[in-house]
Design a protein around this ligand. Sequence first.
Ligand code: BGC
Length: 438
Amino acid sequence: MSNLLTTLHKLALQLTITPEQIGIIANKFQQAMQNGLAGQPSSLKMLPSYLNKPSRKETGTFLALDFGGTNVRVLLTELLGEGQFTVHARAGKPLKNDIEHYNHISKQSTANHLFDFIAQQIATLIKPDRIYPLGHTFSFPIHQIGLNAGALIHWTKEIETTGVVGKDITALLKAALVKQGLEHVVPQAIINDTVGTLLTSAYGNPFTDIGSICGTGHNTAYLEPCAPWTKEPMIINIESGNFDQLPFTAYDTLLDKQSEKPGEQRLEKMVSGHYIGELVRIIACSLFEDGLLASSGPTREILKTPYLLHGAPISLLLEDDSEESNAIACFLNDNLGILNSTIEDRQALKNIATLVTTRSARLVAATYIGILHHIDPNLTQNHTIAIDGSLYEKTPGYADTIQMTLDEGLATTSEVTTTLTKDGSGIGAAIATAIAVL
Ligand code: BGC
C-alpha cells in the first residue's frame, strides 16, 4: 500500500464513529441532558423557551425577524392554520459586506451599530399606519426569563460584536426601534432557531417533537414533557453544540485551540458548516506537510491560511463521481491554488471530505438518539425530527446518513424520521408571536 493510502486508512479509523460509539455518545448525551435539567454541572445548558408546541390553530399576520449570524432577514408572514402560511414580503441583508465596507459582527462593531442596522432592515418592510407584532429568532444561547426577554450568554459562530453579551436582546431591539421611530413594531417573543424549526414543523405535523439546525451552526431543541421550572411540557433549547464528551482527534484539538473560544462548542466544531471546511483544510494540510499530496511550493503556503475553505462548497467534493474528478480539480485550482492535481490528490480530498461529513451526520444522529431515549425511553411513539440548514439540505448523503444511523441505533418499530423544515427560523418566530398574543 502506498504511504498515502496507509495514511488515508488510518484517518478513516480515526474519523469513523462505530455503532458502539454511537451508543456510548447517545448515553452520555442523555446523562448530560438530565444533569443540565437538574441544575448539575453539564456541557448542555438546557435553556427554557417558555413555549409549548403550537395548537396548529394559530392564525394572523406577524413580522418575523431572523438573526442567525450571517444575515438579518425580516418576513411579513400570514399564518393560515394547520401548517399553512404565506410570506407576503421579505427583506434582508448580510451582516458584513466587504464591498459596502461594513461589518456588524466584528470586534469593532457595537450593540448600537448592530441593532440600528437590524431596525433599518425592519423599516424597509413596514407601513406607518398599523401595529406590527414581531417575533425574533435570535440563534445564540440566551438565558430567557420569559417568552419575550432573554440575555445573551455568549456569542458563538466566531461573532464578536461588543456590548451584547449579558444584555437583554429584546431591550436592545426595542431601543433601536424607538430610535428609528418604529414604536408601532412591538416585539412579543424571542426564540432560538431550533425552537423555531420545531414550532414550524409541529404547526403541521403532530409527531414533531425535536427541532434541529445543521447549517453554519449546530444545535437542537426538543419538547420536554415535564420542565423543571413549570412542571409542564416546554420546548427546551439544549445548546447541544457545546456537548463535549466526544472522541476528539488531533485535528479537532488543533481546530479548537486556534478558534475564537477554545474549549467551547466542541460538538459544533466537529459537525457544523462553519467548521467542516476548516477541518478538511487542517487534515489536507497535514498530508501536504508529510509530502503525501501535491507538494509544490506555493500550495503549502496557501493551505496554511485558516478558514481558507470557509463557505467553500465542500459538497462539491462529494458530488463529483466523474472518472477524472474534474469538478474536484477545479475546486483545488480555485480554492487551494493547486493547479496540477493528480487523480490521487483529488480522490484523497474527496475521501477526507466524505469522512468528515459522515462523521458529522453520525455524531448528530447519536445526540438525537440520546434525546429520544430521554423523552420516550421505550420508544412507543412516532417521532419527527425537523431539521433546517444547508448541511442537511444540500450535502449529498448527509440526510440519509442521519436516518441510517437512527435506524441502526434505535431498536424500535415506531417511526422515527427526519424532515427538512425550510425557513423554520423565520416562520417559527411568527408562530411564537401568535402564541404570545392570541
Ligand atoms: C448557537 C445556537 C444556534 C445554532 C444554530 C449555535 O452556534 O449557539 O444557539 O441554535 O448555532 O444556528
